[in-house]
Structures are given as structure tokens and as C-alpha cells.
Design a binder for this molecule. Structure first.
Ligand code: GLC
Ligand code: GLC
Length: 661
């Protein structure tokens, strides 16, 4: 039955009605304030923010749930949740909220540099991780993403992405108190904490899923559960498969329930049903609980999939955006200093739709990532330039997170039309890239492995570490000094771009040492079926002893060189105000192997030249001079001075950060 009252299709609430609704709701929060005994000023701060975002919040929730007969009840509960959470927020976090309200561009600074890690693989547990804060400082990090560390299901848990309880830490890693303490110490060290909000699905061992399995209707409605194949078959007609080697299709048969469950990812990850406002509310409570542990950035996992609609791809639907915007509006009231980061590994047009101050302030940049690897394989920057030319720019108050590798696979998510402009057939090109990065293409330097090969469509993604994909593994196996040199240069070239192009650079830790693929993952039955474990190796602390000269080993000098070069580039970045913000202008270099761009901010400028080929390249100095860059530059990386009256020579895979002298 469609709603008779407040049907959102034929009733748009007026500004007056929206205000009236808030007036009616505010007194309902009184009992929260009294119960929590908060100061008048704390209540006041909440009310000011609530009033500011209320029209937007109301509009979004009304779009999503306005046709429900119990809409007003849910609205009230949502505000009570936000108020309770604000009342429970620590004084130090409230101070941070205040500070960031006055400095909203803090995350756009050149001083930002990120790292990501698995707590167990890096340091076993949270308390040992705390002891490693000096390590992050040595490398120059100001942002740390800890992979999911909550209670997971027994057995396979998708690297923590199958969460059974959002409020307790996996006991092998520590406790919520450990997390809170870590967050405080990180903040003192100038490092922001980033954690995941895995809100598209829970594990099949979450209490909600267990209740559903026990036949409790209220919780069956938390998920998409079907008695037979009728609806699943109808949905399947327009869905893609994300994990085709796990199971065909998007639904899993549950033996005990004798029902089908929607499982976009692994069969034990049950998609949540956000058509049900109780799910929104329940996840809001989890989100705000997390916020109060002291998170600076919340990484919104798998954003594309959170709303389903028959007859569509069930990805990137408008309702997915409304949901995130509603969460954002509530966070801006109850935890205003926390940012959202979008994980949308989808078509570039869809990636940017999640990015705005009212939705996700920052986002992974999967297109840049994929195209940097594409340029490395082809030795040509044509497609990269074509894409950057119209895709780098983002709305005011937002930023990219630029990365080369993460815990996931590489998918070739460039736009087919961008390729077509250059006469490149996207299907064939992806096939080439897959062959190149799995080392099957003649002359390839890469040692990746396939991920989720779909034999029906030919679709495939790539797993592998930065170093193995860039040729270091092959070079070491062949014992070839020249190839080693080329591989190291490729690694520094790619890092040199993500550190300078505009946005927060993010290093997947382990890559600072050029870690190679770890083929032993197959020995663990819970990991064997997922090749992404090949690039999730354990941190080897002996590398640090090597660096300090306490230990010697055969490849130690390569690792030291990669670490030191990266460390140097990060510290250079932090001293270059031109690298703040996003403004970036491509330079026509007249050489298809060389990417050139200018960064500027607050009157300071840097020109970057990056040679993607293994032979030396030259570009006419005039190309830079006409960019208003003057006649002499210093390369911040080598310290050399270069004049623009002659040709500028770049060594194989060289990247130069040129500042006027
Ligand atoms: C995200 C994670 C990935 C995980 C998936 C399901 O894409 O990055 O590791 O498999 O979501 O949670
Ligand atoms: C798909 C999804 C992305 C996920 C990845 C995991 O690309 O779009 O969200 O991280 O699969 O492999």
C-alpha cells in the first residue's frame, strides 16, 4: 500500500511546516539533556547546528521515509540519537569540533600525508600500534587508516569487512579503551585517525542477522531476504557480479532459513535494507558511537551499493546519495569535526557524485590510480592527461585521496569515452592491461595475479604489491641490476605524482619498503580463495633495523633507498605550500611520455614533470617558460638548477618538482 498521509510524491512540505516540525520536536530532546546533565552551552551548540541543517536533513529523510505512516516517530528517534551522542561526546572532542569549525580546510593542507594498515599484520594489536607512533612520524604521516578492527565472524571475514559487532574491538586486537587511547595519542602526535564504517552489510553473525535466522520478522526486515528465486531472478537481470569467483550472482541460499539472502560481496556479508528506517536509525547509532571514540575521518565502505531498486543496476542510485547526505547532516550536528571519505570504485562520473561538503568531503581517486598504472604499462600519458583534463577538479571544500595501492585489487575504472577520444578501444585496452599486469604480455615487468576473473565476461581485476607490479620482483628474480634500478624509479615516479598532484596522498604501508608479493597466503584456508591477500603482507620490523644499520641483508639497500626517497619526498611536500588544495593545470609537454602540470596555491607555484618511459626524454624549456614559470628552476628532488632557454632533459622515469629560483 502506498502511504496516504505525507506521500512524498504529492506532498512537499513547506518551509513553515518544516520549521514547525522542529519546534514540535525540540522539547522532546529536553529529557536527554536533563538525563545526561549537560551544560546549557553544550545544548545551545547542538541547537544552533541542528537549526542550520534542519531543512536539509528534514528534506532528505522525508524523501527517503516520508511515505511511512510512522515517519514522525522515526524522525524523533533520530534526533534523540543525535542529541544523546552529542551529550556523550568528550570535552576534548568537542574542543576539536570547535577548532575545526574555524579551520574547515585543515585536510587540504600540503602537510597531509596518509598511511593505511592492518593492525594485526602491522603490530599484532592496538597497544603495540601505539608504540609505533614514532614510526609514522619518521615517515611523515599525518593521517592513519586502520583497516576494520571490530568483532568479526569466525573463519573467513573479508579482512575485517564482515562485522558482527560495531561496538567492540576484535579481542585479538584490543578493546575500545585501547582504541580511544590510541586516538588521543595519535592526535597529540598530529595524526588523524581514519576508520571504516562498513554500512552496506553486516556479517551473518551479527545479532541482527542471527535474529533474522531465528525467524524474528523485525530483523528479517533488516536485510533483503526472499522465500524463492522470483525476486532475486528479476533483480539479477540488471545486476553485475562483484565477487563472481565466490558465488555466481548476488544472492546466497541459506540452508537453515531455507531462504535467499542478498549478498553483494561474500556469501557471509548480508546487505542491509535501508528502505527500512529502523536500519537507518540502528546504523546511525553505530556511526555516532564510532565517532565518539575519536575518529577524524570515517571511510564509508562500498557506498555505491547501499540502495536497491528493481530494474536498475542497484549501484549509485539517487537514494544512496540521500542516505549518505542524511548521515552527513546528522554527523555535522553530533560530531561536526568528523569527515566522510567515499569508497566508490565505480565509473569516474559516478565517483564524483559522492563528493561534496554535504556528502563525502573526501574520496578515493580510483581513476587516477588506474591511469597511473595504465601509463606505466603503455609508457604514454595520453589517456591519463585526457582524463585529468576534465576530471581532477572537485567542488570547493572537498579533496581527493590519491593512492597507488590499497588493500583491494586494481580495477580499470577509466571512462570508455575518454579512451575513444584517443582512438583506444576500451575493451581491448583493459584486456591488454590485465595481460600486462599478470605478466603474460611479452616484455612485461609486472608480477600481478588475477582477482575475480569472470570467465563469462572476461572481466578481471589485478592483485599485487606496488613493487611487484612495478617490476621489482622480476628484477630481483633475474638478478638484473638495471631492471632493479628501473623498478625503483617507477615506484618513486608514481609516488612523486600522488604526492604532488593535489589531494591527500595515501600510502598503503609496506609499500614504503617496496614489499613484494606474499605468495604464502594460500596456506591459510580463510585467505586462500582471495588473491588480495597477496598484497597484504606482514610488516617486517627487521627492515627498520636494516635502515638504522643494525642489520645487513641482500636487498636491504633497495629497501633503504625506497624508504629514504619516500620519506624525503613527503618532507619536501610538507614544505611546499603550492601543493595544498587541488588546483592543477596540465602543461602541454609536446612529448607523450612526459606528464606535466603546474600546482599553485596562495601565490606559490610548482611545476611537475614526470617521465613515464625507460628512456631519457627531453621537452622544450619554452613549454615551461610560457607557463609563466620564469627562466630558472630548482628541482626540489635533486637540488639541481635548470634553465628554460634550452631543452629540459629527464632521465628514465625521472620526476622533477620544479620551483622558481
Ligand atoms: C570494500 C572493501 C573491500 C571489501 C568490500 C566489502 O570495497 O574495500 O575490501 O571486500 O568493501 O566490504
Ligand atoms: C568492487 C567494488 C568495490 C570493492 C571492490 C572489492 O570494485 O565496487 O567497492 O572495493 O569490488 O574488490
Amino acid at each position: 500500500m502506498t502511504g496516504l498521509i505525507n506521500n512524498n510524491e504529492n506532498h512537499r512540505a513547506s518551509a513553515h511546516e518544516i520549521e514547525l516540525t522542529l519546534e514540535r520536536l525540540l522539547p522532546r530532546l529536553e529529557s536527554v539533556w536533563r538525563g545526561e546533565q549537560v551544560d546549557e552551552s553544550v545544548v545551545h551548540a547542538f541547537q544552533i547546528r541542528l537549526k542550520r541543517v534542519w531543512p536539509r536533513l528534514f528534506y532528505l529523510l522525508h524523501l527517503l521515509y516520508g511515505s511511512r505512516f510512522d515517519f514522525f516517530y522515526h524522525l524523533e528517534q533520530i534526533l534523540i540519537t543525535a542529541a544523546r551522542s552529542w551529550a556523550a561526546r568528550s570535552v576534548s572532542l568537542r574542543n576539536l569540533d570547535h577548532q575545526r569549525e574555524n579551520q574547515p580546510d585543515w585536510f587540504q593542507s600540503e602537510r597531509m600525508a596518509g598511511g593505511a594498515l592492518y593492525v594485526d599484520l602491522f603490530s599484532d594489536n592496538l597497544s603495540r600500534l601505539r608504540e609505533q607512533i614514532p614510526y609514522f612520524q619518521t615517515l611523515g604521516l599525518s593521517y592513519l587508516h586502520l583497516m576494520p578492527l571490530f568483532v568479526v565472524r569466525p573463519g573467513d571475514n573479508d579482512g575485517g569487512y564482515a562485522i558482527s559487532n560495531y561496538r567492540s574491538i576484535d579481542p585479538r586486537l584490543g578493546t575500545i579503551d585501547d582504541l580511544q587511547q590510541l586516538s588521543e595519542e595519535l592526535r597529540e602526535a598530529g595524526i588523524s585517525l581514519v576508520l571504516d564504517f562498513v554500512f552496506n552489510h553486516t556479517s551473518d553473525h551479527h545479532v541482527w542477522a542471527e535474529q533474522a535466522q531465528a525467524g524474528v520478522t523485525e530483523y528479517e526486515e533488516f536485510y533483503y531476504i526472499f522465500p524463492d528465486r522470483r525476486e532475486p531472478d528479476e533483480y539479477e537481470r540488471t545486476l553485475r557480479e562483484i565477487f563472481p569467483t565466490v558465488r555466481r550472482g548476488n544472492f546466497t541460499w541459506h540452508d537453515n532459513m531455507e531462504k535467499w539472502v542478498w549478498t553483494t560481496f561474500n556469501s557471509y556479508q548480508w546487505d542491509l535494507n535501508y528502505r527500512n528506517p529502523s536500519v537507518f536509525r540502528a546504523m546511525l547509532e553505530e556511526m555516532l558511537f564510532l565517532a565518539n571514540t575519536g575518529i577524524d575521518v570515517l571511510r564509508l565502505d562500498a557506498v555505491a551499493f547501499i540502495w536497491k531498486e528493481m530494474g536498475t543496476s542497484c549501484e549509485n542510485l539517487p537514494q544512496a546519495h540521500w542516505l549518505i547526505q542524511a548521515f552527513n547532516a546528522l554527523a555535522s550536528i553530533a560530531a561536526p569535526s568528523m569527515l566522510f571519505k567515499s569508497e566508490a570504485i565505480v565509473h569516474p562520473d559516478d565517483v564524483v557524485r559522492y563528493i561534496s561538503p554535504e556528502e563525502c568531503q573526501i574520496s578515493y581517486n580510483p581513476t587516477l590510480m588506474a591511469l597511473l598504472w595504465e601509463s606505466l604499462a603503455t609508457r604514454s600519458v595520453k589517456l591519463l592527461k585526457q582524463s585529468l583534463g576534465h576530471r581532477h577538479h572537485l567542488p570547493e571544500g572537498t579533496s581527493w585521496v590519491n593512492y597507488l595501492r590499497c588493500h583491494d585489487d586494481i580495477g580499470w575504472t577509466f571512462d570508455d569515452a575518454d579512451a575513444a577520444v584517443l582512438g583506444i578501444n576500451a575493451y581491448d585496452h583493459r584486456k591488454f592491461l590485465n595481460e600486462f599486469y599478470t605478466g603474460q604480455f611479452e616484455g612485461s615487468f609486472a608480477r600481478g595475479v588475477p582477482f575475480q576473473h569472470n570467465t563469462e565476461t572476461g572481466d578481471m581485476r589485478i592483485s599485487g604489491t606496488l613493487a611487484s607490479l612495478a617490476g621489482l620482483e622480476q628484477a630481483i628474480d633475474l638478478g638484473d641490476e638495471h631492471l632493479k634500478e628501473m623498478a625503483i624509479r617507477r615506484i618513486m615516479l608514481l609516488n612523486g605524482v600522488t604526492l604532488s598532484i593535489g589531494g591527500i596522498p595515501l600510502i598503503y604501508l609496506g609499500e614504503e619498503w617496496g614489499q613484494l608479493n606474499d605468495y604464502d597466503f594460500v596456506k591459510d584456508p580463510a585467505k586462500a580463495g582471495d588473491t588480495r591477500w597477496i598484497h597484504r603482507p606482514k610488516m617486517k620490523w627487521e627492515y627498520l633495523a636494516e635502515l638504522d644499520g643494525h642489520l645487513e641483508s641482500k636487498d636491504g639497500s633497495i629497501r633503504n633507498r625506497i624508504f629514504r626517497s619516500l620519506q624525503t619526498m613527503i618532507s619536501l611536500r610538507k614544505k611546499m605550500p603550492a601543493l595544498a588544495g587541488l588546483e592543477m593545470q596540465l602543461i602541454e609537454t609536446g612529448n607523450e611520455h612526459v606528464l606535466g602540470f603546474v600546482r599553485q596555491h596562495d601565490g606559490s607555484r610548482v611545476a611537475i614533470l614526470a617521465n613515464f618511459s625507460e628512456s631519457s626524454q627531453s621537452i622544450e624549456g619554452n613549454h615551461l617558460r610560457t607557463f609563466g614559470m620564469g627562466r630558472y628552476f630548482e628541482d626540489a628532488i635533486t637540488g639541481e638548477t635548470i634553465g628554460t632557454s634550452e631543452a629540459i632533459e629527464l632521465e628514465p622515469y625521472q620526476i622533477s618538482w620544479l620551483q622558481r629560483v
